[in-house]
Design a protein around this ligand. Structure first.
Ligand SMILES: Cc1cc2nc3c(=O)[nH]c(=O)nc-3n(C[C@H](O)[C@H](O)[C@H](O)COP(=O)(O)OP(=O)(O)OC[C@H]3O[C@@H](n4cnc5c(N)ncnc54)[C@H](O)[C@@H]3O)c2cc1C
Length: 443
């Protein structure tokens, strides 16, 4: 009887990180790579969907960090594949703030509130640094003390990366511009192109005892990792009723409940004539809306739009609510390390457990949360793996013992690093396989 085939490398998850790792390994001569993907598609948190006659991005939408000294590798891929994108200018959003009666907050007032919020965030950060990064010592004033406009600005500042007070590595290294992907082929086109040479699929079952993981320090680090939920709700209308033109792509709604349908974007720059609005919710509001029916969500969103634009606007004809929190292979949108992060947590999240290596955006020290973070960690982890394989080969030729090939596995998703998924890993057998150049026998 044939002995069962064991692939040199098993990659779990065909998101951008898993795919960039696979590409790196295959380019470096590792021939029998298997990628196991739990869902019926590749891309993970890069995912397009047809909506209202155009292609919208449910997950990553922007290529963040363009125009700086270094070339963002994802931007490089986008240029190579002629991905259609458009520049997003967030800087005007703060001047398009509406109150509940539809009044546009005067720009002077908005600018003052914005400056106050930035100054106080900087002050808090300094305090935190002085306290050695102990978040428990920072006393946040209760949110009820804040006015709706202050809450709206606070939400915009803290729930969107564009206004972080620290110069973040992505902007510092790759530049401050952000380009929205507006291509019918979707952001995921980059991944299909990347995997063109080595990807083919096969539906089978696989069991591999090497995938068990039960190290306390690892699961503890995973438990400490905060995952942000970020939800873009798309609404289709029979006609536009919102202002368009320069400086009008984004607008903000000031409500007494923080994050209640605060941040809006029209899609006229991306797809002229599409008559689509996008509203972004995060964390608690995301979870609340994921749990309710879409009819309720339309009703709430229409209430907000009527506050802003008056009672005569047309009803939305369609809605799309992605549910990243309820997706058991994601359980959120991206990792959210505190501004002053605990290096030990990041180190433990990244560290291999025996022959199991970890990759994914959450393992990126500098660019966590982003597509380019995921892409670059895929390459880094593949490099670490190649080194380890080289060492093993050296050892085996020195000892002339018949060591088996390295038993290595990569995980590329946040979900996999969550406790329930990790402990169930062996049972959570994916049925869809993406295989490298040699097709292994499965058992
Ligand atoms: C709503 C939203 C908006 C975002 N906006 C942006 C943006 O504008 N710009 C930006 O740069 N980034 C953005 N991001 C973040 C970006 O999408 C991610 O950082 C990146 O795609 C993560 O890639 P990854 O390979 O690390 O993980 P993933 O893409 O999550 O890939 C992991 C893969 O593993 C699979 N998997 C999970 N569990 C198992 C299992 N048990 N067995 C087998 N397979 C499994 C999953 O199905 C998935 O395909 C956004 C994310 C979301 C959700």
């Amino acid at each position: 009887m044939d002995s069962p085939h064991r692939s040199s490398v098993i990659i779990i998850g065909a998101g951008v990180s898993g795919l960039s790792a696979a590409k790196r390994l295959i380019e470096n001569g590792v021939e029998d790579v298997v990628i196991l993907e739990a869902s019926d598609r590749i891309g993970g948190r890069i995912r397009k969907q047809e909506f209202g006659g155009v292609s919208v991005e449910l997950g990553a939408g922007w290529i963040v960090g363009v125009g700086g000294e270094q070339l963002n590798p994802v931007w490089e891929l986008a240029e190579k594949t002629n991905l259609r994108t458009c520049l997003s200018d967030y800087s005007n959003a703060r001047f398009n703030i509406y109150d509940r009666s539809g009044n546009l907050i005067p720009s002077g007032v908005a600018a003052d509130s914005y400056k106050k919020a930035v100054d106080s965030a900087i002050e808090e950060l300094r305090k935190l640094e002085a306290d050695g990064g102990d978040v428990s010592k920072v006393t946040e004033p209760p949110s009820t003390q804040k006015t709706p406009i202050e809450l709206a600005i606070d939400f915009t500042l803290h729930d969107f990366e564009m206004a972080e007070v620290e110069p973040i590595a992505t902007y510092k290294d790759f530049g401050g511009q952000e380009f929205l992907v507006a291509d019918e082929r979707g952001y995921e086109h980059l991944l299909y192109k990347m995997a063109d040479d080595f990807l083919f699929t096969c539906e089978e079952k696989i069991l591999d005892s090497r995938l068990s993981l039960n190290k306390k320090w690892k699961t503890e680090a995973i438990e400490k990792l905060d995952v942000m939920v970020y939800t873009k709700i798309f609404l289709k209308f029979p006609r536009k009723f919102w202002p368009c033109g320069p400086g009008k792509e984004f607008f903000i709604y000031a409500h007494e409940r923080r994050g209640y349908y605060t941040f809006w974007q029209h899609m006229e720059n991306a797809y002229p004539g599409s008559n689509i609005l996008v509203v972004t919710l995060t964390n608690g509001e995301s979870k609340r809306v994921e749990a309710q029916c879409d009819e309720e969500t339309v009703k709430e969103a229409m209430g907000v739009l009527r506050d802003i634009f008056g009672p005569n606007i047309p009803e939305a004809t369609d809605i799309l609510v992605p549910r990243w929190w309820n997706n058991r292979f994601q359980r959120g949108s991206y990792s959210n390390y505190p501004i002053i992060s605990n290096h030990r947590v990041v180190r433990d999240i990244k560290a291999p457990v025996g022959c199991i290596f970890f990759t994914g955006e959450h393992t990126s020290e500098k660019y966590s949360g982003y597509v380019h973070g995921a892409y670059l960690t895929g390459i880094d982890t593949a490099n670490a793996l190649l080194e380890e394989m080289g060492r093993q080969e050296e050892r085996s030729s020195e000892n002339k013992t018949s060591l088996s090939k390295p038993e290595l596995a990569l995980t590329s998703s946040l979900n996999l690093t969550q406790k329930d998924a990790v402990s169930n890993l062996k049972c959570d057998v994916p049925t869809q396989l993406y295989l490298g150049s040699k097709q292994p026998k499965l058992y």
